[in-house]
Design a protein around this ligand. Sequence first.
Ligand code: KQY
Length: 355
Amino acid sequence: MPGEFEHHDGCWIIWPERPDNWRNGGKPAQRVFVQVAAAIAEFEPVTVVVSRQQYRNARNMLPDHIRVIEMSNDDSWMRDCGPTFVVNDETGEVRGVDWSFNAWGGLVDGLYFPWDADDQVAQKVCEIERIDRYRLDDFVLEGGSIHVDGEGTLITTEECLLSPGRNPHLTKEEIENTLKEYLNLEKVIWLKRGIYLDETNGHVDNICNFVRPGEVVLAWTDDKNDPQYEISKEAYDILTNETDAKGRKLKVHKLHVPSPVLITKEESEGVDAVAGTLPRKEGDRLAASYVNYYTANGGVIVPQFNDPNDEKAINLLKELYPDRKVVGIYAREILLGGGNIHCITQQQPSGKVKK
Ligand code: KQY
């Protein structure tokens, strides 16, 4: 599995519409998805998947150079239900890994029901791209719960991968071995937890990301009274005491989170209440973090929250990615749906052979 910072053939996104997750029938979120798609399309081809009901609207709102494809779906998190692409280093052949998807915890603590259309998204994407796939019927995983360095190291969290709603029939060692087998890894680094109150059971993509092999960014706060402090400190201690698959010590860059982002009354009232879907209550804290940026071929697309730390995040990412253009997008509307820029995007690597 290549690192996200390696070359992509394109990026896949699913259009948001469900009114029990997105306020005001998804209209505000759709406008932000258009901005994200257009920003990424500056750097690589973008495909947006959309339901039959929303096809005309999405086609109308998205720029012409973005490919729009009708496909059934349950919500808009391509990172999590789409295929994880792997590349054969000798032949350059790309294949998809099609994990089972159960909406972040199935009947234990999943976020909506049903999720069968989402579970078929990976297969459909692979068919459209004429890419062979490995289907795992007995292994639940979302793409946002793992990050790799493309050189044999994977980072994840125990909070997510050992959660009772995913693979309770497997031990930690068995989970690690499955990841190693399908993604060709030598080392799995286990952080304990993800961002405070992250509804995905602590996806790693919101707290830690590889900038390049040997270097990561970690979501951070200096506020010792914030529950996030203890979580980030614990992750920092693990990362700074670990080595990667190649035996390197990791360089850890602290990327400060914004001040707590809370759902307003108006925002809460814009979401339909539906049994089986996580409610959006006024005052609830959202899992805001800048680590959930998307790394495109020549760019970095980073969420902004109208917070003093927005600019600091942009500046740090400019330093860390000197050859890419860093583009900020006000992403509160995506965060209100429980995710962020990284969660809505799945990169499709090119089949370039590594030297
Ligand atoms: O990967 C993500 N952060 C997706 C979150 C899904 C939230 C569904 N309400």
